[in-house]
Design a binder for this molecule. Structure first.
Ligand code: TEU
Ligand code: CA
Length: 606
């Protein structure tokens, strides 16, 4: 069975259970809170702050996919000089931190997530001198730089792997997971990017299989080996000594492995990712504590785990400060929501149910309410454009729903990870043909569907909403050819709507999504209540409106978001007569609980 089917089925089953549970607990909580709020004045109530304040909690992170940002030499591929050239634009957004997807030497089987030299820059992107200039340029502007640490696996073209596969007694043999073929085929492990979903690849040179959770060109590193861990920590320190401000850690949740490779226990049969992350003992946490001691603790840097397979049950183990592991984690439950059971990333044609959406984000807020710290995102390089997936990308509602989603991201109690291009309201390109896709995930899953004789048209239709390449099309700077991204042929097609949706057009328009983003970034930064304030969901059952308050040190904000294309009203027992609108996405808004399509407003309650 396709592993994605397993993944999605599990997520839905898991979600349904959690939804029931959280419905019960949230409604109890609501009753208690309603009772409490009846006897305390909301403006004088002080919220205890149970955690330290940190720069990375207050930051807005802007993620740049460098391949698609700005090309300066006409080869059709974005580069580091392109990011350098656009630093003033990045600064103008008001963001604090830039996260760059991998920029290291790579044969690009998976766009840089297959690293062949961790201490060198990918040729397509430039040189180490370009990197040094970029880091300097960012720091001069007060922007921090976070790089991508891809340490679950490297490239099969990395010197370590080239050595490792030569002979069974090579000093690098134990840098990877090998299974001698004379012991028979190892127990199955599922690969996410393999046409047979098989994570074991036979290598005839030494008559053995090696493990690759991702593509055959991404062999998994053996973290059981202390030499591997030392290599990784030294490499991290190399970049920290250069002055970078942190790492986003690719699938760091699955680095620990039970190297006896037992059969996967039945309880994980429908969710292999969760088995990889949570089912193999405590190894990952032991390694992360060592990483903290050997590297992270020595610098004033931030760390964020890509929490693939991590549930709310174990999330705090990664980010509770007392454990001395990492700072933040991003979960997959939100972005996995709304796909059909048993189908590879296929959205429900009826759309997604907002109550379930609210429950997921509320549950994850609660995980970090006392300890640790969360993140919030609706798009990244592994996701389609947030406007298409979670908003409404028609000409009528594109701008307003884009601003509504931005309002959500900027008013939750978590560090926002904002994906480049979302500030312009970029949407999915929706390719018709498989030939237009460049992503290994789309290409290999197409082959899987084809080999099984399943419905290819249905697959392509679903990809129009869910494919990763939708989020990777070139950034839209202006209305000249190729959106000003390149003078050559772009590596991935430019969305034809660039003639209208681009930076140049939006700079001039005070009501553009771009200027709205700038404004709401400032609003968040100037109001600690929007960063640290307690989050309280209101009117949970409302199928159209997401309403919540944020409250801290006598300040209280009400956030009202209509997620639907029809008018809708929130049912709230709140007096809005003295409320003041601090930001809204319609020009003539008044404090009210009735909202127009995709209307968003943030009110300060007095
Ligand atoms: O993603 C890990 C991951 O969970 C994805 O493979 C995810 O399942 C998929 O994108 C959903 O469509 C990280 C990186 O973010 C991704 O770009 C890499 O391809 C992957 O690891 C391998 O390094
Ligand atoms: Ca280039």
């Amino acid at each position: 069975m396709n592993h994605y089917k397993c993944l999605v089925q599990h997520e839905i089953k898991f979600y349904t259970d959690m939804q029931l549970l959280s419905r019960i607990s949230i409604s109890c909580l609501t009753l208690v809170l309603l009772a409490l709020s009846a006897c305390t004045s909301p403006t004088t109530q002080k919220q205890p702050v149970s955690m330290d304040q940190n720069w990375w909690k207050e930051a807005v992170v802007y993620q740049i996919y460098p391949r698609s940002f700005k090309d300066t030499n006409g080869d059709g591929i974005g580069d580091l000089k392109g990011v350098l050239e656009k630093l003033d634009y990045i600064k103008s957004l008001g963001i604090d931190v830039v996260w760059l997807n991998p920029i290291f030497a790579s044969p690009n089987d998976d766009n840089g997530y297959d690293i062949s030299d961790y201490r060198d820059i990918m040729k397509d992107f430039g040189t180490m001198a370009d990197f040094d200039a970029l880091l300097k340029g960012m720091h001069e502007r007060g922007i921090k730089l976070v790089l991508d640490l891809v340490a679950n696996h490297c490239s099969d073209e990395h010197a370590w792997f080239k050595e490792s596969r030569k002979s069974r007694d090579n000093p690098y043999r134990d840098y990877f997971h090998w299974w001698p073929a004379e012991k028979g085929k190892p127990n199955p492990r599922i690969s996410f990017f393999d046409v047979n979903n098989d994570a074991w690849k036979y290598d005839s040179i030494t008559n053995a299989y090696y493990l690759h959770y991702f593509s055959q060109k991404q062999p998994d590193l053996n973290w059981e080996n202390p030499k591997v861990r030392k290599e990784i920590f030294d490499m991290m320190n190399f970049w920290f000594d250069k002055g970078i401000d942190g790492f986003r850690m690719d699938v760091i949740s699955i680095i620990g492995k039970d190297t006896t490779f037992p059969p996967i226990p039945a309880q994980y049969a429908n969710d292999v990712f969760q088995y990889y992350a949570e089912g193999q003992g405590n190894r990952t946490h032991t390694y992360l504590q060592e990483m903290y001691a050997q590297s992270l603790s020595k610098y004033n840097v931030m760390s964020v785990a890509e929490g693939a397979g991590v549930t709310d049950k174990t999330a705090l183990d990664f980010v509770d400060a007392n454990r001395k592991e990492l700072n933040m984690l991003y979960h997959f439950e939100g972005v996995s929501y709304g796909y059909l059971k048993g189908k590879f990333k296929t959205p429900d044609p009826k759309g997604y149910d907002l109550v379930g959406f609210k429950d997921i984000y509320t549950k994850w807020n609660d995980v970090f309410a006392e300890k640790g710290w969360g993140t919030i995102y609706l798009g990244n390089h592994d996701q389609p454009r947030m406007l298409t997936r979670w908003g409404n990308d028609t000409p009528e509602f594109g701008t307003v729903s884009s601003k509504m989603l931005t309002t959500f991201l900027m008013t939750m109690r978590a560090t926002p990870y904002y994906y480049f291009g979302d500030e312009l309201g970029m949407n999915n390109i929706k390719f018709d043909r498989i030939e237009d896709y460049k992503d290994i995930e789309s290409i290999n899953n197409y082959k899987i569907v084809k080999d099984k004789g399943e419905d290819l048209q249905a697959f392509l239709d679903a990809q129009k909403i869910s494919a990763r390449d939708n989020g990777r099309t070139p950034f839209q700077w202006d209305n000249t050819s190729n959106a000003g991204f390149t003078t050559g042929t772009p590596w991935l097609k430019v969305n034809p709507n660039y003639t209208a949706v681009n930076v140049q057009a939006q700079e001039a328009d005070p009501n553009s999504t771009l200027n709205y983003f700038r404004k709401i970034v400032q609003l968040r930064k100037q109001n600690p209540a929007l960063i640290y304030g307690k989050y309280q969901l209101l009117d949970r059952e409302n199928p159209s409106v997401y309403a919540y308050t944020r409250e801290w040190e006598g300040r209280k904000y009400l956030v009202l978001l209509n997620f639907k294309a029809q008018n809708a009203a929130a049912n709230l027992n709140l007096d809005l007569s003295n409320a003041k609108i601090v930001i809204n996405n319609y020009p003539d808004a008044k404090p009210a609980t009735s909202l127009r399509p995709y209307e968003a407003m943030v009110l300060e309650l007095k």
